[in-house]
Design a protein around this ligand. Structure first.
Ligand code: UDP
Ligand code: MG
Length: 343
């Protein structure tokens, strides 16, 4: 394959502190793709790792011309690292695969077959998850229920970002300029023929999960606020409900003042003020979540900053990728371009 040709398949993996698993990842991915006799590339994105991940990536790129490595300027989080890889890859089809080998690359042939049968997206749906703590399973179940209850897009239960998609879907995805990127939700939202593939999720090959409870809560809020304005409606409904309740209370207070010789109701006063105060704060908080995201979006900063690209003579290709919707895609900044011109 000439490195400037369009490969049949790109495999994109964000990596954050994955030094122990990367070689095994490369071995298993290569062993799966080689028999398919297709032109492919493996796009690894180093999301500001603090261990030897980048060194190992460079070694892999030196050994295997199929490997392209992108080093982000710092940790951007999985969803943005993934977006960086997706905007740099060039394949007709693109497989998103975690670097920790929790999702078996060996499913690729099955996924390709479903694509051949006309699917635009084939997403892995977990039947069983090995090696996950009970807390992780619980938070993850809660996460999907919460999102599906609050958003209009149906995000299939128990799916991750593990999926293969066509170039057409990928280009549409890349034309979506939002900052808060909830990749699997955005792809679901696009529509087309999306087909599940059931599989058993393995335990991590090495290292540990980077998704703590805090990050999951952030992802859930991102998911809900980017796909739904229902929380704002809930906020106004709460406002209406408490407005009505306060009218009733007003009536009660008047009646007791006029006819019942009211005793100063400290308790009820306390209850009403604290409750109303709480609800008001909640409503302001919900509005703030949206406002904050609007603010982020309005700044229009690049989604990610690229420090270095190594592998397969691809630097040129990454600087000028053939993406139709490129104007809408945040620019990939190379190290040279990142220096402000005023300096
Ligand atoms: N990841 C990343 N940046 C981060 C956190 C994670 O690129 O800030 C990568 C990580 O290396 C892995 C994938 O995203 O390839 C999924 O992360 P992880 O395995 O920690 O999540 P989990 O599988 O537990 O949901
Ligand atoms: Mg994982």
């Amino acid at each position: 394959m000439n490195s400037f040709d369009t490969p049949d398949l790109s495999i994109v993996s964000p990596c954050f502190n994955e030094e122990d698993g990367l070689r095994e990842y490369h071995r298993r991915v290569s062993a799966t793709v080689a028999p398919l006799c297709i032109a492919y590339e493996i796009v690894l994105v180093d999301d500001g790792s603090r261990d030897r991940t980048w060194d190992i990536m460079q070694e892999l790129a030196a050994e295997d011309p199929q490997v392209v490595c992108i080093k982000l300027s710092r940790n951007h989080g999985q969803q943005l690292a993934l977006t960086a890889g997706l905007s740099a890859c060039r394949g007709y089809r693109v497989l998103i695969l975690d670097a920790d080998l929790q999702d078996p690359p060996e499913l690729l042939p099955q996924m390709m077959e479903l694509m051949d049968q006309g699917a635009e997206v084939v997403y892995g749906q977990r039947r069983h998850r090995a090696g996950e703590s009970r807390r992780k399973l619980f938070t993850s179940a809660l996460f999907y229920r919460f999102i599906n209850r609050l958003t209009d897009v149906r995000i299939p239960q128990d799916t991750g970002d593990f999926r293969i998609m066509s170039r057409r879907v990928l280009d549409l995805f890349l034309s979506m300029p939002e900052r808060q990127r909830f990749v699997r939700g955005m792809i679901s939202w696009l529509g087309f023929r999306q087909v599940p593939l059931l599989y058993d999720r393995d335990a991590r090959f090495a290292g540990e999960t980077k998704w703590g409870l805090k990050m999951l809560v952030k992802l859930a809020i991102d998911a809900v606020t980017s796909f739904s304005t229902r929380p704002l409606k809930i906020a106004s409904l709460l406002g209406v409900a408490f407005g009505l309740a306060s009218f009733a209370l007003l009536g009660y207070a008047l009646i007791s003042w006029l006819f019942l010789g009211a005793v100063e109701g400290w308790t009820s006063l306390m209850m009403v003020t604290t409750m109303l105060g709480g609800i008001q704060l909640l409503v302001i908080g919900i509005q703030g979540e949206y406002l904050g995201r609007l603010f982020d979006q309005a700044k229009g900063r690049p989604l990610f900053m690229v420090d270095q690209v190594v592998g397969g003579g691809r630097l040129k290709a990454v600087e000028a990728p053939v993406l139709p919707a490129r104007s809408a895609v945040p620019t990939l900044m190379t190290r040279q371009k990142a220096v402000p011109s005023a300096l």
